[in-house]
Design a binder for this molecule. Structure first.
Ligand SMILES: *[C@@H]1O[C@H](CO)[C@@H](O)[C@H](O)[C@H]1NC(C)=O
Length: 215
């Protein structure tokens, strides 16, 4: 009898831990409750009875992003920050506008893979594999073409045409996060010491100080 009880408890423990380990939602939805101060992995759920259509809605992806900036691109995000209903669902999307010869600079999404399609223009895309190969995998995309960026890998886009480019991308997290390489490395607050970066990039410290001044 005691053995049976122990086995049953063990089984229940396993089921419970599997349920906790499940990365998918365990209910229809868990709309972000913006008023809750509860700290969990994600956001606390709003009372399901108070959920409305607007919690799942966003308007504005038809609008061209302002690309008048140093890199010539603009990302318009639709993540859990804009759509509370995305909380726990593991998806989000963005619109990317790129001016002629502008770039979406090298960056990674620590929590998401990305699938991108070009709606307008000609866009060169690429990602770099991890150490030790650091192989650049690159392609020029036309409207209707689709490309995938695996989770965590550094990637970029460049408009290689003479008209504006528009792309839409899906991401496998409601909160994919973005680490822009140049901003993280040369624009950290406070600065990483120029000794560290000088050795890492194999250049004189004054080159590093010049780069840091740009961010
Ligand atoms: C686009 O951004 C630039 C730089 O911030 C700004 O001067 C300009 O007014 C913006 N244009 C529009 C249409 O918002």
């Amino acid at each position: 009898m005691a053995t049976k009880t122990i086995l049953l408890l063990g089984f229940l423990g396993l089921v419970f831990s599997l349920a906790l380990a499940d990365h998918g939602p365990l209910q229809d939805f868990c709309v972000r409750d913006a008023t809750s101060s509860v700290l969990v992995n994600g956001f606390a759920c709003k009372d399901a009875k108070l959920v409305e259509a607007k919690d799942f809605h966003f308007s504005g992806l038809h609008l061209t992003g302002n690309t008048s900036n140093a890199v010539g691109s603009r990302v318009t995000p639709v993540t859990v920050a804009q759509v509370p209903g995305l909380n726990t669902l593991g998806i989000s999307m963005v619109r990317i506008d790129i001016a002629p010869w502008g770039i979406n600079p090298p960056h990674t999404h620590p929590r998401a893979s990305e699938i991108l399609t070009v709606l307008e223009g000609t866009v060169e895309v690429g990602f770099i594999t991890s150490n030790p190969d650091n192989r650049l995998i690159m392609k020029v995309l036309q409207p209707g073409d689709v490309f995938t960026f695996p989770v965590g890998l550094v990637h970029f886009q460049r408009n290689v045409g003479n008209c504006n480019a528009v792309a839409i991308a899906g991401l496998s997290s409601q909160n994919p996060g973005t680490v822009t390489v140049a901003n993280a490395v040369f624009g950290s607050k406070p600065d990483i010491s120029s000794d560290v970066l000088g050795k890492a990039f194999q250049v004189e410290k004054n080159v590093i100080k010049q780069l840091q001044a740009n961010f």
